[in-house]
Design a protein around this ligand. Structure first.
Ligand code: MG
Length: 421
């Protein structure tokens, strides 16, 4: 029999808010939140410290509503780069206990400690050591879910360790019946509001009821709700409900992000009108962002280069600007590019256009809650567009502007071995 693994999910408590409190000791005992747009009452709260939570302040609510509950609330702006840096420091601490550390989000990491556990005692003792060390070195309080696999470790953390005095909880075969199986179905990993409705309609309102349903019977129930193709997801849900998961902890590769992702396009003739150039900028922004999204990066800095046909008499410019937040959303990069051209282009005929995105960061280190809903919608839409393009080729979805005569995308997509990919 193979040896049981020991996996931990370590979570940082009120991460952004805790970092801000370390940076501002004067706020230590005050209610504090990090919010997207502190000047506006409609700004959304991204993180609340435990003191603010005692006033009933919650993540994702509006500043105005939070102030109504807690008039002396301290509101600070997010500093994502700082949070990413601290997150890296914490990852490094975990890596001194095991090579197998997988970042799950900016404030959660999986640790497979099977190989090194014998050096530190029991899993709880080891978690305790790590917890103390992170607290000492960064001031951040961490909570640990401990189990034989990732899904159970995550479940242990979210549902128990976060509510414990000790900040630690072990979910094991010995206590699975009185823990995992008593939880309402919406607490199950991967189950969102839509599946919660379906499961409730099937009479499966707890994880235990799903787990106790024979797999073949459950598959039939799922087919009746969601159609024939639901067998694979049925099996996945059933395995999760039974605490089965054999996905390995895969260490973050720490690959250094490329410095820049850019595209350059030579035009078939001189372009002289801003409207024409804007069409090309949109296409280039789309290409650059598509590539960044595919590779999982976002960038802060947009650079635009415009060059004339007469390369010897270099007419043109290369200018850049930093956006407030990193992005890989086409419309945002496009807007920045247009702003640069509007400001710096003096009307010379243009034969070559380049757009690039630099100061890149991995996009999974951003929590979607950081962004307003529009932005989240944009990102989801663009990911869907990318998937269609991968499947059917680039011409399947062309932004309306590309169909105009100045558009190059259609032409380029038809070109065999085009230079722009
Ligand atoms: Mg957290």
């Amino acid at each position: 029999m193979s040896r049981e693994k020991v996996i931990m999910l370590a979570d940082c408590q009120s991460f952004y808010a805790s970092v801000e409190k370390m940076e501002h000791p004067e706020y230590k005992d005050l209610p504090l939140v990090v919010a997207g747009d502190p000047e506006r009452r409609s700004g959304i709260i991204l993180a609340a410290c435990p003191i603010a939570k005692e006033y009933g302040v919650t993540t994702a609510e509006r500043i105005g509503d939070a102030l109504a509950k807690c008039p002396n609330l301290i509101i600070v702006k997010p500093r994502m780069q700082l949070y990413i840096d601290i997150s890296m420091v914490i990852t490094r601490i975990y890596e001194s206990y095991t090579d197998l550390v997988e970042p799950y989000s900016i404030d959660e990491q999986f640790l497979d400690v099977t190989g090194s556990l014998h050096l530190y005692g029991s899993p709880e003792e080891m978690a305790h050591l790590i917890q103390k060390r992170v607290q000492l070195e960064t001031g951040i309080y961490t909570r640990f879910g401990i189990a034989a696999n990732k899904i159970l470790a995550k479940t242990a953390c979210d549902n128990y360790a976060k509510k414990n005095e000790s900040g630690k909880f072990t979910l094991s075969p010995a206590n699975i019946a009185e823990t995992l199986w008593t939880l309402p179905i919406d607490k199950m990993f991967m189950v969102g509001s839509r599946m919660t409705r379906h499961f409730n309609a099937m009479g499966l309102d707890t994880i235990g009821k799903l787990a106790a349903t024979p797999l073949e019977k459950f598959k039939l129930m799922m087919r009746r709700k969601m159609g024939k193709q639901s067998d694979i997801s049925a099996e996945l849900y059933w395995r999760i409900a039974n605490g089965l998961d054999d996905s390995p902890v895969t260490p973050g590769t720490h690959q250094v992000a490329p410095k820049t992702v850019g595209h350059m396009m030579t035009l078939p003739r001189d372009y002289r009108k801003l409207d024409e150039i804007k069409v090309v900028l949109l296409e280039l922004a789309e290409l650059v962002c598509q590539r960044c999204r595919g590779k999982g990066y976002m960038g802060y800095v947009v650079t635009v280069g415009l060059m004339g046909a007469d390369y010897d008499n270099s007419s043109g410019f290369n200018r850049q600007m930093k956006m407030d937040d990193p992005s890989n959303v086409t419309n945002q990069v496009y807007r920045a590019a247009v702003q640069l051209v509007s400001k710096h282009w003096e009307g010379h005929p243009v034969r070559k256009v380049g757009v690039s995105l630099s100061k890149l960061l991995p996009d999974d280190q951003y929590q979607t809650s950081l962004f307003d809903l529009d932005r989240e919608k944009n990102m989801a839409l663009e990911k869907a567009t990318d998937a269609l393009k991968r499947k059917y080729g680039d011409t399947i979805i062309l932004r309306a502007a590309s169909v105009s005569p100045a558009g190059q995308a259609l032409h380029r997509a038809e070109k065999i071995g085009g230079h722009y990919k």
